[in-house]
Design a binder for this molecule. Structure first.
Ligand code: ZN
Length: 351
Protein backbone atom coordinates (compact mmCIF):
# COMPACT_ATOMS: atom_id res chain seq x y z
CA UNK A 1 0.00 0.00 0.00
CA UNK A 2 1.28 3.43 -0.86
CA UNK A 3 1.87 6.05 1.79
CA UNK A 4 -0.95 8.10 0.37
CA UNK A 5 -3.47 5.34 0.46
CA UNK A 6 -2.52 4.59 4.07
CA UNK A 7 -3.22 8.19 5.17
CA UNK A 8 -6.58 8.23 3.47
CA UNK A 9 -7.63 5.10 5.25
CA UNK A 10 -6.57 6.55 8.61
CA UNK A 11 -8.48 9.75 7.90
CA UNK A 12 -11.56 7.81 6.97
CA UNK A 13 -11.26 5.75 10.14
CA UNK A 14 -10.99 8.74 12.49
CA UNK A 15 -13.94 10.45 10.79
CA UNK A 16 -16.10 7.42 11.45
CA UNK A 17 -14.95 7.41 15.10
CA UNK A 18 -15.85 11.07 15.54
CA UNK A 19 -19.28 10.41 14.03
CA UNK A 20 -19.84 7.50 16.49
CA UNK A 21 -18.86 9.47 19.58
CA UNK A 22 -21.06 12.38 18.51
CA UNK A 23 -23.99 10.00 18.24
CA UNK A 24 -23.21 8.57 21.66
CA UNK A 25 -23.12 12.07 23.18
CA UNK A 26 -26.45 12.90 21.56
CA UNK A 27 -27.92 9.72 22.99
CA UNK A 28 -26.58 10.51 26.47
CA UNK A 29 -28.07 14.01 26.37
CA UNK A 30 -31.42 12.62 25.26
CA UNK A 31 -31.36 10.10 28.13
CA UNK A 32 -30.40 12.77 30.64
CA UNK A 33 -33.20 14.98 29.46
CA UNK A 34 -35.64 12.11 29.64
CA UNK A 35 -34.48 11.41 33.22
CA UNK A 36 -34.96 15.04 34.21
CA UNK A 37 -38.44 15.09 32.72
CA UNK A 38 -39.29 11.85 34.51
CA UNK A 39 -37.95 13.24 37.78
CA UNK A 40 -39.96 16.42 37.37
CA UNK A 41 -43.08 14.43 36.66
CA UNK A 42 -42.46 12.34 39.80
CA UNK A 43 -41.95 15.50 41.84
CA UNK A 44 -45.21 16.92 40.50
CA UNK A 45 -47.01 13.71 41.34
CA UNK A 46 -45.53 13.71 44.85
CA UNK A 47 -46.47 17.35 45.42
CA UNK A 48 -50.04 16.79 44.33
CA UNK A 49 -50.18 13.72 46.61
CA UNK A 50 -48.87 15.76 49.57
CA UNK A 51 -51.43 18.46 48.80
CA UNK A 52 -54.31 16.00 48.76
CA UNK A 53 -53.04 14.39 52.01
CA UNK A 54 -52.97 17.82 53.61
CA UNK A 55 -56.57 18.34 52.58
CA UNK A 56 -57.50 14.97 54.07
CA UNK A 57 -55.78 15.85 57.36
CA UNK A 58 -57.60 19.20 57.45
CA UNK A 59 -60.98 17.61 56.85
CA UNK A 60 -60.26 14.91 59.47
CA UNK A 61 -59.31 17.60 62.01
CA UNK A 62 -62.51 19.46 61.25
CA UNK A 63 -64.50 16.23 61.65
CA UNK A 64 -62.79 15.50 64.98
CA UNK A 65 -63.65 18.98 66.20
CA UNK A 66 -67.25 18.53 65.14
CA UNK A 67 -67.38 15.16 66.92
CA UNK A 68 -65.96 16.79 70.04
CA UNK A 69 -68.71 19.40 69.95
CA UNK A 70 -71.35 16.71 69.49
CA UNK A 71 -69.96 14.73 72.45
CA UNK A 72 -69.89 17.87 74.60
CA UNK A 73 -73.47 18.63 73.62
CA UNK A 74 -74.53 15.12 74.53
CA UNK A 75 -72.73 15.41 77.87
CA UNK A 76 -74.69 18.59 78.65
CA UNK A 77 -77.93 16.90 77.61
CA UNK A 78 -77.11 13.93 79.84
CA UNK A 79 -76.50 16.21 82.82
CA UNK A 80 -79.79 18.01 82.14
CA UNK A 81 -81.59 14.68 81.91
CA UNK A 82 -80.09 13.60 85.23
CA UNK A 83 -81.33 16.82 86.88
CA UNK A 84 -84.76 16.25 85.37
CA UNK A 85 -84.74 12.70 86.71
CA UNK A 86 -83.92 13.95 90.21
CA UNK A 87 -86.72 16.51 89.97
CA UNK A 88 -89.17 13.83 88.87
CA UNK A 89 -88.10 11.59 91.77
CA UNK A 90 -88.59 14.49 94.16
CA UNK A 91 -92.05 15.17 92.75
CA UNK A 92 -92.96 11.48 92.94
CA UNK A 93 -91.86 11.37 96.59
CA UNK A 94 -93.91 14.50 97.25
CA UNK A 95 -96.93 12.97 95.49
CA UNK A 96 -96.54 9.79 97.53
CA UNK A 97 -96.33 11.75 100.76
CA UNK A 98 -99.30 13.87 99.74
CA UNK A 99 -101.41 10.85 98.88
CA UNK A 100 -100.50 9.30 102.20
CA UNK A 101 -102.02 12.43 103.73
CA UNK A 102 -98.66 13.59 105.08
CA UNK A 103 -97.55 16.37 102.79
CA UNK A 104 -94.93 18.03 105.00
CA UNK A 105 -94.88 21.81 104.81
CA UNK A 106 -96.89 21.95 101.58
CA UNK A 107 -97.82 25.62 101.90
CA UNK A 108 -94.27 26.77 102.43
CA UNK A 109 -92.88 29.06 99.76
CA UNK A 110 -89.10 29.05 99.84
CA UNK A 111 -87.93 32.68 99.85
CA UNK A 112 -84.56 34.42 99.71
CA UNK A 113 -81.57 32.53 101.04
CA UNK A 114 -80.11 34.13 104.12
CA UNK A 115 -76.76 32.93 105.49
CA UNK A 116 -77.13 29.74 103.46
CA UNK A 117 -80.49 28.99 105.09
CA UNK A 118 -83.56 29.42 102.96
CA UNK A 119 -85.93 31.89 104.55
CA UNK A 120 -89.40 30.39 104.75
CA UNK A 121 -92.31 32.62 103.83
CA UNK A 122 -95.61 31.59 105.36
CA UNK A 123 -98.42 33.65 106.86
CA UNK A 124 -98.38 31.47 109.98
CA UNK A 125 -95.15 30.09 111.41
CA UNK A 126 -95.51 27.37 114.01
CA UNK A 127 -92.72 26.25 116.34
CA UNK A 128 -93.21 22.95 118.16
CA UNK A 129 -91.13 23.04 121.34
CA UNK A 130 -90.45 20.26 123.84
CA UNK A 131 -89.21 21.00 127.37
CA UNK A 132 -87.60 19.00 130.18
CA UNK A 133 -86.17 16.17 128.04
CA UNK A 134 -84.53 14.08 126.88
CA UNK A 135 -86.63 11.23 128.27
CA UNK A 136 -87.84 7.77 127.30
CA UNK A 137 -90.24 9.48 124.86
CA UNK A 138 -87.75 11.64 122.99
CA UNK A 139 -86.83 8.95 120.43
CA UNK A 140 -90.55 8.31 119.72
CA UNK A 141 -91.11 12.04 119.20
CA UNK A 142 -88.10 12.20 116.86
CA UNK A 143 -89.52 9.24 114.89
CA UNK A 144 -92.87 11.02 114.48
CA UNK A 145 -91.24 14.31 113.42
CA UNK A 146 -89.10 12.37 110.94
CA UNK A 147 -92.17 10.62 109.52
CA UNK A 148 -93.84 13.97 108.78
CA UNK A 149 -90.64 15.67 107.68
CA UNK A 150 -90.99 18.56 110.15
CA UNK A 151 -88.41 20.13 112.47
CA UNK A 152 -88.90 21.13 116.09
CA UNK A 153 -87.01 22.65 119.03
CA UNK A 154 -85.94 20.72 122.14
CA UNK A 155 -85.21 22.64 125.35
CA UNK A 156 -83.14 20.06 127.19
CA UNK A 157 -81.84 19.65 130.74
CA UNK A 158 -78.43 18.34 131.84
CA UNK A 159 -79.37 14.66 131.95
CA UNK A 160 -76.26 12.57 132.34
CA UNK A 161 -77.12 9.17 130.94
CA UNK A 162 -76.29 7.44 127.66
CA UNK A 163 -79.83 7.46 126.26
CA UNK A 164 -80.16 11.20 126.94
CA UNK A 165 -76.85 11.84 125.19
CA UNK A 166 -77.93 9.66 122.24
CA UNK A 167 -81.18 11.61 122.00
CA UNK A 168 -79.30 14.94 122.06
CA UNK A 169 -77.02 13.78 119.25
CA UNK A 170 -80.01 12.62 117.18
CA UNK A 171 -81.82 15.94 117.73
CA UNK A 172 -78.84 17.67 116.10
CA UNK A 173 -78.33 15.04 113.35
CA UNK A 174 -82.03 15.16 112.38
CA UNK A 175 -81.83 18.94 111.91
CA UNK A 176 -83.87 20.05 114.92
CA UNK A 177 -82.83 22.89 117.20
CA UNK A 178 -81.12 21.82 120.42
CA UNK A 179 -81.80 24.51 123.01
CA UNK A 180 -81.17 25.02 126.75
CA UNK A 181 -83.65 24.81 129.62
CA UNK A 182 -81.11 25.00 132.49
CA UNK A 183 -78.97 22.17 133.82
CA UNK A 184 -80.90 21.32 136.99
CA UNK A 185 -84.36 22.93 136.55
CA UNK A 186 -84.26 23.66 140.30
CA UNK A 187 -85.87 27.08 140.72
CA UNK A 188 -84.48 27.63 144.22
CA UNK A 189 -80.89 27.13 143.02
CA UNK A 190 -80.95 28.76 139.62
CA UNK A 191 -82.90 31.88 140.53
CA UNK A 192 -81.17 32.51 143.90
CA UNK A 193 -78.65 34.90 142.33
CA UNK A 194 -77.15 35.89 139.00
CA UNK A 195 -73.99 33.98 139.99
CA UNK A 196 -75.99 30.80 140.50
CA UNK A 197 -77.83 31.36 137.26
CA UNK A 198 -74.56 31.97 135.35
CA UNK A 199 -73.03 28.81 136.78
CA UNK A 200 -76.02 26.67 135.79
CA UNK A 201 -76.15 28.32 132.36
CA UNK A 202 -72.46 27.59 131.65
CA UNK A 203 -72.97 24.00 132.77
CA UNK A 204 -75.83 23.24 130.36
CA UNK A 205 -74.21 25.13 127.45
CA UNK A 206 -70.92 23.26 127.96
CA UNK A 207 -72.69 19.92 128.41
CA UNK A 208 -74.55 20.32 125.10
CA UNK A 209 -71.29 21.33 123.41
CA UNK A 210 -69.38 18.35 124.87
CA UNK A 211 -72.05 15.87 123.73
CA UNK A 212 -72.95 17.30 120.32
CA UNK A 213 -70.31 19.88 119.36
CA UNK A 214 -73.08 22.49 119.11
CA UNK A 215 -72.92 25.81 120.98
CA UNK A 216 -76.57 26.42 121.76
CA UNK A 217 -77.73 30.04 121.69
CA UNK A 218 -81.43 29.51 122.48
CA UNK A 219 -82.76 29.36 126.05
CA UNK A 220 -86.03 28.89 127.88
CA UNK A 221 -86.30 29.80 131.54
CA UNK A 222 -87.63 27.00 133.77
CA UNK A 223 -91.16 28.19 134.52
CA UNK A 224 -90.88 30.81 131.77
CA UNK A 225 -89.64 34.39 132.00
CA UNK A 226 -92.88 35.42 133.73
CA UNK A 227 -92.64 32.84 136.52
CA UNK A 228 -93.67 33.87 140.00
CA UNK A 229 -91.21 31.63 141.83
CA UNK A 230 -87.97 33.54 141.25
CA UNK A 231 -86.93 35.67 144.25
CA UNK A 232 -84.68 37.65 141.87
CA UNK A 233 -86.12 40.00 139.26
CA UNK A 234 -86.14 37.96 136.03
CA UNK A 235 -84.82 40.94 134.03
CA UNK A 236 -81.41 40.37 135.68
CA UNK A 237 -81.23 36.92 134.08
CA UNK A 238 -82.65 38.17 130.79
CA UNK A 239 -79.88 40.78 130.64
CA UNK A 240 -77.29 38.13 131.50
CA UNK A 241 -78.46 35.96 128.58
CA UNK A 242 -78.34 38.94 126.24
CA UNK A 243 -74.71 39.55 127.26
CA UNK A 244 -73.96 35.92 126.34
CA UNK A 245 -75.48 36.39 122.87
CA UNK A 246 -78.34 34.05 123.77
CA UNK A 247 -82.00 34.60 122.83
CA UNK A 248 -84.70 33.27 125.14
CA UNK A 249 -88.13 32.07 124.14
CA UNK A 250 -91.33 31.62 126.10
CA UNK A 251 -94.50 30.42 124.38
CA UNK A 252 -97.85 31.86 123.31
CA UNK A 253 -99.64 28.51 123.02
CA UNK A 254 -99.56 25.90 125.76
CA UNK A 255 -100.51 22.28 125.18
CA UNK A 256 -101.39 22.05 128.86
CA UNK A 257 -99.22 18.98 129.40
CA UNK A 258 -97.01 20.78 131.94
CA UNK A 259 -99.08 20.03 135.01
CA UNK A 260 -99.50 16.80 136.90
CA UNK A 261 -102.92 16.16 135.38
CA UNK A 262 -102.64 14.04 132.22
CA UNK A 263 -104.84 15.53 129.50
CA UNK A 264 -106.40 13.24 126.90
CA UNK A 265 -105.25 13.42 123.27
CA UNK A 266 -108.33 15.44 122.16
CA UNK A 267 -107.67 18.21 124.69
CA UNK A 268 -104.00 18.47 123.80
CA UNK A 269 -104.90 18.64 120.10
CA UNK A 270 -107.45 21.41 120.75
CA UNK A 271 -105.05 23.36 122.99
CA UNK A 272 -102.18 23.16 120.49
CA UNK A 273 -104.05 24.03 117.30
CA UNK A 274 -107.08 26.25 118.04
CA UNK A 275 -105.20 29.59 118.19
CA UNK A 276 -102.62 29.16 115.42
CA UNK A 277 -104.62 30.92 112.70
CA UNK A 278 -104.80 34.06 114.88
CA UNK A 279 -101.01 34.40 115.19
CA UNK A 280 -98.20 35.05 112.75
CA UNK A 281 -95.82 33.24 115.08
CA UNK A 282 -96.97 30.41 117.31
CA UNK A 283 -94.57 28.90 119.80
CA UNK A 284 -96.26 25.81 121.22
CA UNK A 285 -95.16 24.54 124.62
CA UNK A 286 -95.06 20.76 125.02
CA UNK A 287 -93.03 18.43 127.20
CA UNK A 288 -91.02 15.36 126.31
CA UNK A 289 -90.43 14.36 129.90
CA UNK A 290 -91.37 10.99 131.39
CA UNK A 291 -95.09 10.71 132.14
CA UNK A 292 -96.16 12.76 129.10
CA UNK A 293 -97.39 9.75 127.16
CA UNK A 294 -100.47 11.46 125.72
CA UNK A 295 -98.28 14.19 124.24
CA UNK A 296 -96.56 11.54 122.15
CA UNK A 297 -99.92 10.01 121.23
CA UNK A 298 -101.38 13.39 120.24
CA UNK A 299 -98.37 14.56 118.23
CA UNK A 300 -99.25 12.93 114.85
CA UNK A 301 -102.72 14.49 114.90
CA UNK A 302 -101.33 17.86 116.04
CA UNK A 303 -98.86 17.88 113.13
CA UNK A 304 -101.46 16.72 110.58
CA UNK A 305 -103.92 19.40 111.70
CA UNK A 306 -101.30 22.15 111.45
CA UNK A 307 -100.07 20.97 108.05
CA UNK A 308 -103.62 21.05 106.73
CA UNK A 309 -103.94 24.75 107.65
CA UNK A 310 -103.65 27.37 104.89
CA UNK A 311 -100.26 29.03 104.41
CA UNK A 312 -98.88 27.56 107.62
CA UNK A 313 -95.42 26.10 108.18
CA UNK A 314 -93.87 24.11 111.02
CA UNK A 315 -90.30 25.28 111.65
CA UNK A 316 -87.42 24.91 114.13
CA UNK A 317 -86.40 27.99 116.12
CA UNK A 318 -83.43 29.76 114.52
CA UNK A 319 -81.57 33.05 114.96
CA UNK A 320 -84.14 34.79 112.77
CA UNK A 321 -87.24 33.50 114.59
CA UNK A 322 -89.47 36.25 115.98
CA UNK A 323 -89.04 36.38 119.76
CA UNK A 324 -92.00 35.25 121.83
CA UNK A 325 -91.31 36.47 125.36
CA UNK A 326 -93.75 36.90 128.25
CA UNK A 327 -91.64 39.55 129.92
CA UNK A 328 -91.67 41.74 126.82
CA UNK A 329 -95.45 41.44 126.70
CA UNK A 330 -95.67 42.56 130.29
CA UNK A 331 -93.59 45.62 129.42
CA UNK A 332 -95.86 46.30 126.43
CA UNK A 333 -98.87 46.00 128.72
CA UNK A 334 -97.28 48.34 131.23
CA UNK A 335 -96.51 50.84 128.44
CA UNK A 336 -100.09 50.71 127.22
CA UNK A 337 -101.42 51.18 130.75
CA UNK A 338 -99.08 54.17 131.10
CA UNK A 339 -100.40 55.74 127.90
CA UNK A 340 -104.00 55.12 128.99
CA UNK A 341 -103.29 56.88 132.27
CA UNK A 342 -101.78 59.88 130.48
CA UNK A 343 -104.47 60.33 127.85
CA UNK A 344 -107.35 59.33 130.04
CA UNK A 345 -108.68 57.17 127.22
CA UNK A 346 -108.69 53.42 126.98
CA UNK A 347 -105.94 51.98 124.78
CA UNK A 348 -106.62 49.81 121.77
CA UNK A 349 -107.30 46.24 122.70
CA UNK A 350 -104.44 43.87 121.95
CA UNK A 351 -104.61 40.17 121.28
ZN1 ZN B 1 -89.39 22.98 132.34
Amino acid sequence: MSEDGKDRTEEEGSAAGRKGSARLRKCNVAMLMASVVLLMMLCGLLLSRIYSLNETVDSLTAQAQKMGQVIEGQRVQLAEMKLLEEKIEELLAYKEAYEAGRPGNKDVRPGEEEDGEPEIKAAHKVYLTFDDGPSIYTQDILDILDEYGVKATFFVLGKENDSAREAMKRIVEDGHTLAMHSYTHKYADIYASVENFAEDFAKIQNYIYDVTGVTSTVYRFPGGSSNSVSPTDMSVFAEYLEEQGVRYFDWNISSGDGGSYVFPVETLLENCTSKISAYETSVILMHDSAGKKTTVEALPEIIETILDMEDTAILPITDSTELIQHRKWQEDKADKADQTDKTGRSGQSGR
